[in-house]
Design a protein around this ligand. Structure first.
Ligand code: AMP
Ligand code: MG
Length: 410
């Protein structure tokens, strides 16, 4: 059995980088930069007003009240033509360029309009409510580095710069469920021994969240020829193939055998729980991750191998989820020889996160997975977790967001 960290390193080291493309900003969300972004111009591009109010010379408004002549009323999107001189003012809107000669804005609440003039009611410090050109970014400044993944916040910055980013393209992932007993999720009546496919919907949702394109290969029975064809098709169409089932030691566990036949198998057992049986290999250079059949194992193996591998292929410089510390609110048994992933719910008390089991921990139990906020990641060498122990968690959802089902970081 390979230690988890070694297996993760093997996977990351052996997956290819996706090609670089220039994409319109509207299609860049979730992709990673393959060229650093430098500011082509100052942001804001011009010195402007932080308030709706009157642009004046600071020396005129040190004391109030005072009445100043009104030279112009500049609507949004327009530029003042007049120059502000001593004793004069120009009415402007938030974000409008500062008129020439003005160095201060008196906010509208501190004024009273008069015919062709304004009365300043509050003394105002020179320089008040002025936002300098380049106050956010200066032309030529380094804004984002290679490998940064574009969030909506990054997209907003790129929009302010008018930059179409160079990124690595969206990965295409083929998804396949295996097993004679597995039927489509919308099957109304199940025969004896049959179950509905939960792994494909789970993986397809996770992949969609990640920003990958899914190539759905459906369900293939435990039939060597059909599996061989499906895996070959997936490898030729997609950047990665994800299968579930058929990688344990049973007679019908064909995925690993076929991978060895038409490609290469790099390893197939990892010291982790759940998701110990796991096949990894390549078919014609396309990585194939043979995930276990049990749904919770699928989630754990996806999170520990497929997601980091895809982010790595996309050129992201950070591929693992952030880990954080928590206190065990109850004890539970673990397996000292394996990295154990325990489904937990979190509760924040006095600023400290406490965790307890979200329910039954067998690898077929999906309800406790859906209820969980996080996995507690218990390292090899830990016997039992005791009440009050500090544990490391990988957070999927913040406790406050539980009702809204908001998922972090995906
Ligand atoms: P296997 O490794 O193929 O024997 O699968 C392990 C367990 O996971 C068995 O109980 C399978 O019935 C179950 N399983 C396999 N594939 C799926 C699937 N797509 N959806 C739900 N359960 C599955
Ligand atoms: Mg099977």
């Amino acid at each position: 059995m390979r230690p988890l960290a070694d297996a993760q390193k093997d996977v990351l080291d052996s997956v290819p980088l996706l090609p670089v493309v220039e994409v319109p900003l509207g299609e860049a969300l979730g992709l990673a930069l393959s060229r650093p972004v430098l500011a082509p111009h100052d942001v804001p591009p011009f010195t402007n007003s932080a308030m709706d109010g009157y642009a004046v010379q600071g020396a005129d408004v040190r004391w109030a009240p005072v009445t100043l002549r009104l030279l112009e009323d500049v609507p949004a999107g327009h530029v003042a033509r007049a120059r502000v001189v001593p004793g004069a003012s120009i009415k402007i809107m938030t974000g409008a360029p500062m008129p020439e000669g003005a160095d201060t804005v008196v906010k509208v609440e501190d004024t009273e309009p008069l015919p062709d003039a304004v009365r300043i009611l509050a003394a105002t410090q020179p320089g008040t409510a002025v936002r300098p050109a380049g106050g956010d970014l200066v032309a030529g400044e380094s804004v984002f580095n290679v490998g940064e993944r574009l969030t909506p916040r990054h997209i907003a910055v790129l929009a302010s710069l008018g930059v179409a980013p160079l990124v690595r393209r969206r990965p295409r992932v083929a998804v396949l469920s295996t097993g004679d007993e597995v039927l489509e999720p919308d099957t109304e009546t199940l025969g004896p021994g049959q179950i509905r496919d939960t792994n494909r919907p789970l993986l397809m949702g996770l992949l969609e969240r990640l920003g990958a394109e899914v190539c759905d290969l459906g369900i293939v029975g435990d039939d060597a020829r059909a599996l061989r064809e499906a895996l070959a098709l997936g490898a030729s169409e997609a950047d990665m193939v994800l299968t579930s089932g058929g990688v344990s030691k049973g007679e019908y566990d064909l995925v690993k055998a076929i991978l060895g036949e038409i490609g290469t198998v790099d390893f197939w057992q990892v010291a982790m729980q759940p998701a110990k049986p796991f096949a990894f290999g390549h078919i014609d250079g396309t990585p194939l991750l043979g995930l276990p059949g049990n749904p919770v194992s699928v989630m754990v193996a996806y999170e520990q191998f497929a997601r980091p591998a895809l982010l790595h292929m996309m050129g992201c410089n950070s591929v693992f989820r952030p880990m954080t510390g928590a206190i065990a609110a109850e004890g539970w048994r673990t397996h000292p020889g394996k990295t154990v992933f325990t489904r937990v719910v979190t509760e924040v008390r006095d600023g400290v996160t406490h965790v307890r089991s979200s329910g039954a921990q067998m690898s077929n139990v999906l309800s406790s997975l859906a209820r969980a906020d996080a996995f507690a990641v218990i390292p090899v060498g830990t016997g039992n977790v005791e009440v009050g122990d500090e544990v490391t968690i990988e957070l999927y959802r913040s406790p406050e967001a539980r009702s809204a089902s908001e998922v972090l970081g995906e």
